[in-house]
Design a protein around this ligand. Structure first.
Ligand SMILES: Cc1ncc(COP(=O)(O)O)c(C=O)c1O
Length: 399
């Protein structure tokens, strides 16, 4: 990657930042636009928030919808995917005995969300084990379909998984859920700006994604997409000025002239809309810097690094490359004290990277973004070789 590109980001130079996946990183020109929005708000808050916000919020919705393969009426701007998925999970009319089918690769905050919903409604979560290594679409779909019962009301899947960085082939499972009248709820926290999305074609009932991770918009920018037929099921978690008494009546208008779906969710009391308003600038930045080529380069670097590490560990990958998230790879490492290894990577090498145990596998999850470089990958391999004693052929750091 060009050092010119790396210089455009605000990441500290003394840190080898290999964890874009957790919170993203915003390029300087995009961050500057974000601060411009904040300044404009601060200079005349009443005009900005009181008179103009409905119109201003519309612009990112239109730009983002085009990028995501949908229309502006189907998406609403929120602060994060956790919120989007909570709105859905807490809106669906579940009752005792209903089942939520999901996988063993889900993000822990959303596992908690469904556990909370189950405690309130009497529904239950059913977890399907996805066969590993993941090598075919059929293997995934068969596992999901085998978990469906006549009590399944919700299918909840990550599109790109957090602990394993897998790109789940979810299309057929969504179609099958639709046929059976099961709501599909997709956690797309990692997908916007990472893979090409065509939400209308994908056909999930509900899909929430972050713009602040791989799209590189400022933190606190995300969306919830709902199919038009499903929008009436949604209720806001916070009742504010956007709520209307008759919002569930056919053809009802929202309080600010949009649909109730948009007006009820977007208005949550006073908040800083600047991250959301900066989404068009993030899209423009990507376009101007030919991000498709940058991403292809990152993907090659991620795969190459994983292959080099696997040669040293002798451990097989979690999937074939087509099911690996393009810019993120979960690399199995020998059994070790994962917390100590993470500390050592940071203290001795200034490498910021997640190291954790998932089920029985110790994992280093590598993210590669436009500001990363081949020498950083070399450093990671050298550091892991040293800390895990891989030259000797076996990891000594057993906890
Ligand atoms: C799969 C997945 N879902 C949801 C989230 C939550 O994202 P946020 O904290 O932006 O809501 C994450 C965060 O890393 C994630 O990896």
């Amino acid at each position: 990657m060009s050092s010119n590109l790396a210089r455009q980001f605000l990441i500290r130079e003394d840190v080898v930042f290999l964890n874009h996946g957790s919170f993203g990183a915003c390029p300087g020109p995009v961050f500057a636009k974000y601060q411009e929005w904040q300044l404009e708000l601060e200079r005349q808050p009443v005009e900005f928030l009181g008179r103009n916000l409905t119109e201003t919020m519309r612009v990112p919705r239109i730009a983002l919808a085009k990028e995501l393969g949908t229309v502006a009426e189907n998406i609403v701007g929120l602060t994060n995917a956790t919120l989007g998925l909570n709105i859905v999970a807490q809106s669906l009319p579940l009752k005792p005995g209903d089942q939520i089918l999901t996988t063993d690769h889900e993000y822990s905050a959303l596992e908690k969300t469904w556990a909370y919903v189950c405690r309130k409604t009497g529904a239950e979560v059913v977890v399907v084990k996805v066969p590993m290594p993941l090598t075919s679409e059929a293997q995934f779909t068969d596992a999901i379909l085998s978990g469906l019962t006549e009590r399944t009301r919700v299918l909840f899947l990550s599109h790109i998984t957090s602990p394993t960085a897998l790109l789940f082939p979810i299309e057929r499972s969504i179609a099958e859920a639709r046929k059976r009248g099961i709501w599909s709820v997709i956690d797309g926290a990692h997908t916007p700006g990472h893979i090409k999305l065509d939400l209308d074609r994908l056909g999930a009932d509900f899909y929430s994604g972050n713009c602040h991770k791989w799209m590189m918009a400022p933190k606190g920018s995300a969306f919830l997409h709902a199919r038009p037929e499903m929008q009436g099921l949604i209720n806001p978690l916070v009742i504010s000025h956007g709520w209307t008494e008759n919002s569930k009546e056919p053809g009802a208008k929202g309080a600010f002239g949009n649909s109730p779906f948009i007006d009820e969710l977007e208005m949550q009391g006073t908040r800083d809309p600047a991250p959301w308003l900066t989404v068009p600038a993030a899209l423009e930045y990507r376009h101007e810097n030919d991000w498709t080529s940058v991403q292809a380069h990152c993907q090659a670097l991620a795969q190459d690094t994983a292959r080099r590490l696997a040669e040293r560990t002798g451990l097989p990958p979690l999937s074939t490359s087509e099911f690996c998230a393009p810019q993120m790879v979960a690399m199995p490492i020998p059994e070790c004290d994962v917390d100590q290894l993470k500390l050592d990577l940071y203290d001795k090498y200034r490498i910021e990277i997640p190291v954790f145990k998932w089920q029985d596998t110790c994992i280093v999850r590598l993210s590669v973004q436009g500001y990363n470089s081949k020498p950083q990958m070399d450093l990671l391999i050298d550091a892991l070789t040293e800390l895990l004693d891989l030259k000797a052929g076996a990891a000594r750091r057993v906890s």
